[in-house]
Design a protein around this ligand. Structure first.
Ligand SMILES: Cc1cc2nc3c(=O)[nH]c(=O)nc-3n(C[C@H](O)[C@H](O)[C@H](O)COP(=O)(O)OP(=O)(O)OC[C@H]3O[C@@H](n4cnc5c(N)ncnc54)[C@H](O)[C@@H]3O)c2cc1C
Ligand code: FES
Length: 286
């Protein structure tokens, strides 16, 4: 059956950051915190992974930053447009249980993953502390939603335009000095996850990070999402994307994320040329 996945709502949240609700009943029915979808816009499109940020009825929410060809093309869609393929939920769900006090940290567009993790931890009986950080106040997303699902919420901005002037790692360090935290989740850029998870090492607090290597098939077949965890090769799409942060080889992850930089640049230039020729000015969002 040639099913299409309709975009029910398309909203611009911040500069180059968009929130889409996509009708995908099979995915919505089974989705859990920590999982993701792989979508393909059209027959000739590239497959890209995006975290399932929320579920409502038959629809799943994705929040993405338009960084390259496919995400920029995705950003031109409006409510009512359709996506060719949506596969998921993929990956292992977050390891939710009643641990006591948990801290859920999101950086930049990585904040997209945090409300669902925080919500499931809260439902499991945990005291949930949220920390969300962005470069500046304009780029900070989902503050209200995180405030609703967390027992406490801390905000940081790199430039001090909102909340604490500094990084999520600074807040986490302070919290660890003051109280017992039993589990920590961190989702954000690789360097932020590396630095922030380093803070929990001396305290021996189990810390999960959601890794974002290049993915293609999402089924463990192609090997492009290979990461090293605890000295062993893992495939982030099927063994993760969440892993024990203290075991992750972040240096290798960051090197592998840059493998296709040349091709990605060519691809985005071609897409920009195509849009100019077609006179497209980008999508309209509510
Ligand atoms: C499990 C997982 C969940 C993710 N969730 C989100 C999310 O919720 N929101 C969000 O904005 N981004 C998310 N990403 C990253 C997102 O997939 C990439 O930004 C996207 O694929 C970029 O595609 P592009 O063609 O627009 O850019 P490109 O020009 O192809 O690349 C731009 C950047 O994205 C990285 N990238 C390219 N292709 C892939 C790929 N297939 N898989 C992973 N990274 C890639 C490149 O290394 C490069 O740094 C997630 C990645 C993974 C692995
Ligand atoms: S994306 Fe191909 S093995 Fe994970």
């Amino acid at each position: 059956m040639n099913q299409l996945y309709k975009v029910e709502l398309a909203t611009r949240l911040a500069d180059r950051v968009y929130e889409y609700w996509i009708r995908a009943p099979q995915v919505a029915q089974h989705a859990r915190a920590g999982q993701f979808i792989i979508l393909r816009l059209h027959e000739a499109g590239e497959r890209i992974p995006l975290t399932i940020s929320a579920v409502r009825g038959d629809a799943v929410r994705v929040i993405f930053m338009a960084v390259g060809k496919t995400t920029q093309e995705l950003a031109t869609l409006r409510a009512g447009n359709s996506i060719k393929d949506v596969v998921g939920p993929l990956g292992k769900p977050s390891e939710i249980a009643n641990y006591g006090t948990c801290c859920v940290i999101g950086g930049g567009v990585g904040i997209a993953s945090t409300p669902l993790i925080a919500k499931e931890l809260k439902s499991a009986g945990n005291h949930v502390i949220g920390i969300i950080g962005a470069r500046n106040a304009d780029l900070l997303i989902l503050e209200d939603e995180m405030r609703e699902v967390c027992d406490e919420l801390h905000i940081t901005t790199d430039d001090g335009s909102k909340g604490i002037h500094g990084f999520a790692s600074d807040v986490l360090k302070k919290l660890l000095e003051e109280q017992t935290i039993n589990r920590v989740w961190i989702v954000g850029p690789a360097i932020m996850m590396k630095v922030t998870s380093g803070v929990t090492v001396p305290y021996g607090v189990k810390t999960y990070v959601s890794l974002n290597p290049i993915m293609v098939d999402g089924t463990g077949m192609c090997g492009s999402c290979r990461v090293t965890v605890g000295g062993e090769t893992k495939f982030a799409c099927v063994d993760g994307p969440e892993f024990d942060a203290h075991q992750v080889d972040f240096t290798e992850l960051m090197q592998r994320q840059r493998i296709y930089t040349g091709q990605e640049k060519v691809s985005i230039e071609r897409f920009a040329e195509h849009r100019c020729r077609c006179g497209e000015g980008g999508g309209h969002h509510e």
